[in-house]
Design a protein around this ligand. Structure first.
Ligand SMILES: Cc1ncc(COP(=O)(O)O)c(C=O)c1O
Length: 408
């Protein structure tokens, strides 16, 4: 029977398909499946005790304020704490350049709302973060994609893409979701230079930057851009920088931040007023209470240690069980690695069999906005414990060997 809503959906909903990732996450709800599909942090590292204490302190000392409406740009002490942290990492900003959002996902949506007109071209690396595509599709974005390799977006191919006049460049420089690769310093500099030459601003999405297990810290694109433009490193405003508490504290509190020039913050604040007025005051105050004495610096060390062990186990087990025709990335941090199947093999076929054998991953195709990548797969190593990783990877290796032997 026809419902009264059927013909009333806005045009924008035509491109609002549910993300493949969300659909696949449903698979993880089967209790006996080993899932490398979701992008979930390890639950074992959530600082439950610190949260319990912080909740108590906030309610005891600032209860009425915590339960009241708050300002749209966010709780000032939290924004000041983030500004101090940013300055330590070379991003020379004040709290006036910072707005708190309910997750970086919301920041991506607001960026779409504030900047994207129907038909605008956004320059992205391919593969790129599916959540950004999902947010921006609703605003009618089209994508110019630049392929990436083990050193991130191939900036040799960037100039050509820039000639078509994109609205902005969207880049994930550290341990990228989905591929796990990191943009090299040389390419970061080239990106900044070309963006300047073509007058195109950059959105830098950096949820994983602090989760490096090996290799040297590389300056964020925003820092290199500031050095390039202002000489003294003060914030030049060409890069909007996003980061989140989801991967360094807990995703359930839905707390992230956006660094932008003040005039952009003003627009974003208006977008946020229309969306949710402000991010939960209570959550912001609790996160500030947890973080204010430097707890996060110690806590990220534990996360790095845990994820590095899990990545190592995954890599070792892949080496042991995967057929030699399959290749994969070696991420220096973050939560994901990327499998590359032989040309012509479809990861969706692998997934169908894998799910029957009770192991899941995310197929790589949907992360490529203009198609391709059917032979790729994303594997998450942060969520499962080492034994589960071993068992899951050995099952997956078995499936892959079987399919390759059968010429699939
Ligand atoms: C690249 C990237 N951007 C944004 C997000 C969204 O993060 P949040 O939990 O802060 O909404 C994620 C989450 O996985 C991500 O990988």
């Amino acid at each position: 029977m026809e419902t009264p809503w059927e013909h009333r959906y806005a045009h924008r909903t035509q491109r609002m398909a549910s993300s493949v990732i969300r659909e696949l996450l449903k698979l993880t709800e089967q209790p006996d499946i080993i899932s490398f599909a979701g992008g979930l942090p390890a639950p074992e590292v959530f600082p439950v005790k610190e949260f319990t204490e912080a909740c108590n302190v906030v309610l005891r000392d600032l209860g009425a304020q915590a339960l009241q409406y708050g300002s749209t740009d966010g709780y000032r002490p939290l924004r000041e704490m983030i500004a101090e942290h940013s300055v330590r990492y070379g991003i020379d900003v004040t709290s006036d350049n910072i707005m708190i959002t309910s997750g970086s996902q919301q920041a991506l949506d607001f960026i779409g709302r504030v900047f994207i007109n129907r038909g605008d071209h956004i320059l992205v690396e391919s593969p790129t973060y599916l959540g950004a595509l999902q947010a921006w599709n609703a605003y009618g974005a089209e994508y110019i994609s630049v392929p990436s390799d083990e050193n991130g977006m191939n900036t040799d191919l960037l100039e050509n893409a820039l000639r078509s006049g994109p609205k902005f460049i969207y880049i994930l420089p550290n341990f990228q979701n989905p591929s796990g690769v990191t943009l090299s310093l040389e390419r970061r500099k080239q990106l900044v230079k070309l963006a300047d030459q073509y007058g195109v601003p950059i959105i830098e999405d950096d949820p994983y930057g602090q989760l490096r297990f090996e290799g040297e810290h590389l300056s964020p694109v925003v820092v290199l851009d500031n050095q390039f433009r202002s000489g003294n490193g003060s914030y030049a405003g060409n890069v909007i920088y996003l980061s989140t508490f989801s991967k360094i504290l807990a995703p359930g509190i839905r707390l992230a931040w956006i660094i932008a020039p003040k005039e952009v913050i003003q627009k974003l604040v208006i977008a946020k007023q229309g969306a949710d007025l402000h991010t939960s005051t209570f959550n912001q105050m609790v996160a500030y209470e947890v973080g204010k004495t430097g707890f996060l610096d110690e806590h990220v060390k534990i996360i790095r240690q845990t994820y590095s062990e899990r990545r190592n186990i995954m890599l070792e087990t892949m080496e042991e069980f995967f057929p030699s025709e399959v290749h994969w990335t070696h991420p220096q941090g973050g939560m994901f690695l990327w499998g590359i199947l032989p040309e012509g093999m479809d990861a969706a076929d692998v997934l169908k069999i894998a799910v029957k054998r009770k192991v899941a991953f995310v197929i790589g195709g949907p992360f490529h906005p203009n198609g391709g990548g059917e032979n790729t797969m994303r594997l998450n190593f942060s969520y499962s414990n080492p034994e589960t990783i071993r068992e899951g990877i050995s099952r997956l290796g078995f499936v892959l060997k079987e399919l390759i032997a059968n010429g699939k």
